[in-house]
Write a protein that binds this ligand. Structure first.
Ligand SMILES: Cc1cc2nc3c(=O)[nH]c(=O)nc-3n(C[C@H](O)[C@H](O)[C@H](O)COP(=O)(O)OP(=O)(O)OC[C@H]3O[C@@H](n4cnc5c(N)ncnc54)[C@H](O)[C@@H]3O)c2cc1C
Length: 177
């Protein structure tokens, strides 16, 4: 919100747009996007992708680039005894990345980053193990999931070319955990 507040009035802001296609043209790029009002196309000389792990901008400018991508699944559980606590859980049966548990106000959060194949089952199996260890994970009130990148080498980071730039996780900038 703070970043958006810095945008001057002279800039047109489409805040509920979803970019569906990007094409390189002689003058720069065309960007196809949809909003609740319809489908549109913008033409631009410069393009900046800040669109996260599943970046459509990265795929457009580096179509052959591959980076390890995990599915992160996290659930929230209401608790009455919140406390300062953080657990990093390393369990090779569940994932070669890691999982976490922490308290946030009146909630205990448990989640992990799993190989995409069988991610949901891996999460459920690991959750059951933790329940057996006494973690109160029986009644989730919320589940979230998203892709998360896990770079392994410097060449996994790609910052752009041809007047197109990538920032944040779109470029691969993410804590290597
Ligand atoms: C469960 C979990 C826990 C994490 N914990 C930590 C932590 O403790 N510390 C830490 O440093 N990092 C943490 N991370 C990583 C951190 O959240 C990300 O690295 C960071 O959010 C990346 O920011 P970003 O702005 O680059 O991308 P994002 O926050 O992913 O933002 C990308 C934006 O682009 C939008 N977008 C994507 N595609 C399109 C499209 N086609 N059209 C229009 N809009 C689009 C998305 O809606 C989103 O608003 C965690 C990640 C996860 C999944």
């Amino acid at each position: 919100m703070w970043c958006i507040a810095q945008i001057p009035d002279t800039v047109k802001l489409e805040s509920s747009a979803k970019v569906t296609a990007i094409l390189k043209i002689d003058q720069g790029y065309t960007v196809d996007y949809t909003t609740p009002h319809g489908r549109y196309q913008a033409t631009t000389r410069y393009l900046i992708g800040a669109d996260g792990a599943n970046s459509i901008v990265r795929k457009a400018i580096y179509p052959k680039h591959r980076i390890r991508t995990y599915l992160s699944i996290q659930e929230w559980y209401q608790v009455s005894d919140s406390r300062p606590f953080y657990a990093s859980i390393f369990d090779p049966e569940a994932t070669d990345c890691y999982s976490w548990a922490l308290y946030k106000n009146d909630y205990l959060l448990f989640g992990g980053a799993y190989p995409q194949t069988g991610a949901r089952q891996r999460f459920e199996n690991q959750k059951q193990k933790l329940i057996d260890h006494g973690y109160p994970l029986q009644h989730p009130i919320k589940r979230q999931a998203c892709l998360v990148l896990r770079p392994e080498k410097l060449s996994d980071i790609v910052t752009g070319k041809d007047n197109a730039y990538l920032i944040g996780e779109a470029a691969g900038w993410v804590s290597p955990s």
